[in-house]
Design a protein around this ligand. Sequence first.
Ligand code: PA5
Length: 428
Amino acid sequence: MSKVLSVNLEKAVDPALLGEYKEKVKEINTGINSKTLKGNDFLGWADYPTTYDKEEVEQIIKDAEYVRANYEVLVVCGIGGSYLGARAAIEAINGLKPDGGPEIIFFGNTFSPNYTAQVMSYLEKKSFAINVISKSGTTTETSISFRLVKDLLERKVGKEEARKAIFATTDKEKGALKTLSDKEGYQTYVLPSDVGGRYSVFTAVGLLPMAVAGIDIKAFLSGALLASKELNNPDLETNPCYQYACTRDYMYRHGKSVEMFVSYESQYTQIGEWLKQLFGESEGKEKKGLFPASATFTTDLHSLGQFIQEGTPLLYETIIYVDKPKADIAIPKDKEDLDGLNYLEGKNISYVNRKAFEGTLEAHTSGGVPCVVIELEKMDAYSLGYLLYFFMRACAMSAYLLEINPFDQPGVEIYKKNMFHLLGKKGY
Ligand code: PA5
């Protein structure tokens, strides 16, 4: 087993209690590999780290270099699975105050008039390229935002120059975005038909924005490749991914209704958003599933900490803790010590963070909150690739344990229908 990541269930469940899942896990693992389960035509992500189009990745790297060399901003238009993975990966790897490279602006993930208008006026003064991402090619948030930025770009630099700055990620053959891209001659990348949005971070959906952000996408894919090999292991006793999935199921069946994803890194906050979509959209069906929530500690200990410790006992935590921070800083000495912090003089912030984690873990478990701890060795692209694949595989296993199709999202359509009706769209 690799040292990229470890799962510790000590503070959550007695592993002996998971024994009953052994056979079921084996069966589901076989079903994932042979693509014989519910939603099997969306299992393309499972071996994607092996089967991906190597030429397309080279093209992405080339195009990303071009964007990096020529534009101040990359505007990424997309929502849900066509947005969250790229943002989560970029922030997790580059941090919240990255040094150099084009600024990445995520757009089209809201109808907020304020955000939309503010981004548009900001872009007036910038040189920018666009990556529009939509599998269906018809998502309203994405389409409106793309119409706006495309129009601005064409007015600023002319149709010909704009064409060189627009990159579209969509279905290989069908959809409005594919038709438009072919007509306009945009560079296009493929979101494979057997990979759903929330499982698409390893495709061009995640890779182009990440490469423009200067991230080593081959390392990211290599981490996923290792995970896809190691975690494709039917033996529950030696597969931490499936141990985690079974723990989720155990929690669900033993009175917990919320899984709170916790990290101790501000730059992992968006990983929490990605996880909420992955698990929420995959599992929340047929009146089943854990509600996925997320928090960043210690920040949120000063808001949610009270409830977690002493409130309604509905949740358990899945903590992602990174052992080696990418950057660190020591606490300086102060002559007068009026703040009383000299006992920490010379200690790194990472040391304080670790002690906060250990102290909180004890506090919450003693308060009756089970805690799963996933420790990640490093914060690099390789480790993150491993981590995200780990969760995708765990999510599929969890949904199948609930006898749910992990790859559809029928409930999301209801708000859209109502909205289209109210907006007066033809046919609604
Ligand atoms: O996970 C999913 O499938 C969804 O979140 C989609 O990614 C999201 O609705 C955007 O869809 P599209 O890529 O078709 O614009």
